[in-house]
Design a protein around this ligand. Structure first.
Ligand SMILES: NC(=O)C1=CN([C@@H]2O[C@H](COP(=O)(O)OP(=O)(O)OC[C@H]3O[C@@H](n4cnc5c(N)ncnc54)[C@H](OP(=O)(O)O)[C@@H]3O)[C@@H](O)[C@H]2O)C=CC1
Ligand SMILES: O=C1O[C@H](COP(=O)(O)O)[C@@H](O)[C@H](O)[C@H]1O
Length: 482
């Protein structure tokens, strides 16, 4: 059951993802999708929309038509209780027709102000099945601060148990984000060193080349801190910081992520102010400055860039900072994690006459996107006369064919929902901890007047983002023109 079945997300991402699952045989005969919205469209026209949305995935017209034949449409206003009876009878009819054994997934792909209402009505209007599974999929954003997120969570919890709620964070569906656990817990050489004794700092960068495009209305109300840090970056950081789970299963992994996030230091006003910096992009060439974008108020103080330093108060990470940054209109579109190890305590090669450059820190880089892979820089002797060390890179990058074939996040995540696997979804305690952390930064920023715009499109953000690390005698591993 897909609420918001005619929306942008459904058309651009969800139907293609479902089609991939169908093409690969992960769903075949026993499924039906009811799309709904206030739009007046019959099944035939709806199927045409679905076919069009998946057309680029295959040239096999018959396969696409067979896939679309599983789709039905019910015109429905989620605020009108009378409409739920029509949905209910459609669900029951299709349950029989496709032998679904009472298994139901309710996906709310609508504006967030509808999440609570729809969840409540699903329960009160008896759409839940009593003889199969009932699962609720919720899109982002999950609240705009801890308080609103708590309210929403209470509304959802009145209708669904926590293990029935799947909060989408599409970064958790990305191949290389899932690979973090494999790298950490599948390799003695990393896990043995994965702590404050050997790691100097960790850097997470989510850079975007585009600006706000046509989403200014949403974005100006949100800003980079809420849009990217509270969810995606906090999830990545928790995977990097957590302890080894007892077993590789959702309950154990979530428990460790929650513990990590709970030991994240929630900053007081002075700490928030000195450990986080923000930016807003200026004009360049034909590109408008953020405040001139359509739908953005001319005096907007919404940040399009954030950089920050996170500290964990636990035995593993005490003293090791996690630096994060994200922004729009930066140099390029990429996501990467750089784990910077400590340099050897003694550099035996650096005696005055040696001419050898000082040893550099080993860096493990996890390339999340667009390339998928990792590299490890190590110091090695170069092959010239004498004895000089230089950093060399051990690198693995997935070839472009395999990268292209990698399942997209929504394909993975919808598959996980069907399997009932909550590993790659954000649990409520994780979301709550992330909001508590972010709210403190927001509180400070809401009373301090920023000087915007303060960075040039095509750069890596404002100078203050570099100063944040320089102050600690460090620098970003990824710098412009690398
Ligand atoms: N689009 C994207 O790329 C992304 C979206 N998201 C999230 O996904 C969710 C959906 O976003 P998106 O698809 O872009 O939104 P859209 O505005 O494109 O779609 C909203 C859908 O809800 C329907 N709708 C609106 N009001 C009602 C109502 N009262 N009763 C029934 N249906 C209604 C609309 O149809 P109609 O008006 O005909 O009723 C439409 O099908 C949001 O939570 C968003 O934050 C998350 C990540 C990316
Ligand atoms: O959630 C969001 O993510 C996108 C970036 O996602 P990506 O998969 O393209 O890296 C971001 O553009 C958007 O503002 C935000 O809402």
């Amino acid at each position: 059951m897909l609420f918001g079945g005619t929306g942008d997300l459904a058309i651009r991402k969800l139907y293609p993802a479902m089609f991939k699952l169908y093409q690969k045989g992960n769903i075949r005969d026993h499924f039906a999708v009811i799309g709904s919205s206030r739009y007046k469209v019959d099944d035939a026209k709806f199927r045409e929309m679905v076919e069009k949305s998946v057309a680029k995935e295959s040239s096999d017209k018959k396969l696409i038509a067979n896939f679309a034949s599983h789709f039905y449409f019910v015109t429905h206003d989620v605020t009108d209780l009378a409409h739920y009876a029509v949905l209910k009878s459609k669900i029951e009819e299709l349950d029989k027709k496709y032998e679904l054994q009472g298994n139901r997934v309710f996906y709310i792909s609508m504006a967030p102000n509808f999440f609570g209402t729809v969840a409540k009505n699903i329960k009160n209007q008896n759409l839940l099945s009593s003889d199969g599974f009932n699962r609720l999929v919720i899109e982002k954003p999950f609240g705009r601060d801890f308080e609103s997120a708590s309210e929403l969570n209470n509304e959802l919890s009145a209708a669904f148990d926590e293990n029935q709620i799947f909060r989408i964070d599409h970064y958790l569906g990305k191949e290389m984000i899932q690979n973090i656990e494999a790298i950490r817990f599948g390799n003695t050489i990393f896990e043995a060193l994965w702590n404050n004794r050997y790691i100097d700092n960790v850097q997470v960068t989510l850079a975007e080349k585009l600006g706000v495009e046509e989403r200014a209305g949403y974005y100006d109300n949100s800003g980079a801190l809420r849009d990217m840090v509270q969810n995606h970056i906090m999830q990545i950081v928790s995977l990097l910081a957590m302890e080894q789970p007892v077993a590789f299963k959702d309950t154990d992994i979530r428990a460790e992520k929650v513990k990590a996030l709970r030991s994240l230091r929630v900053y007081n006003v002075a700490e928030a102010s000195s450990n986080f910096v923000r930016g807003q992009y200026a004009a360049m060439g034909n590109g408008k400055e953020y405040r001139q974008e359509d739908g953005v108020p001319k005096d907007s103080n919404t940040e399009t860039f954030v950089a920050g330093k996170l500290m964990f108060d636990n035995y593993r990470w005490s003293g090791t900072p996690f630096y994060i940054r994200t922004g729009k209109k930066l140099a390029d579109k990429f996501t990467r994690v750089d784990v910077v190890f400590k340099k050897p305590l003694v550099d035996i090669f650096a005696f005055p006459q040696s001419g050898s450059a000082p040893l550099t820190a080993n860096v493990l880089t996890i390339f999340i996107e667009p390339n998928q892979g990792f590299s490890l820089t190590v110091n090695a002797k170069n092959s010239e006369q004498g004895f000089h060390t230089e950093p060399v890179s051990l690198k693995f990058l997935e070839d472009s064919k395999r990268t292209k074939e990698t399942p997209q996040p929504y394909e993975r995540l919808i598959h996980d929902v069907l399997k009932g696997d909550g590993t790659n979804f954000a649990s409520w305690p994780e979301v709550a901890s992330a909001w508590k952390f972010v709210d403190q930064i927001r509180r400070v920023w809401d009373i301090q007047q920023p000087i915007f715009p303060n960075y040039i499109p095509g750069s890596m953000g404002p100078v203050s983002a570099d100063e944040l690390l320089a102050r600690d005698h460090r620098e970003w591993v990824y710098k412009l023109n690398q």
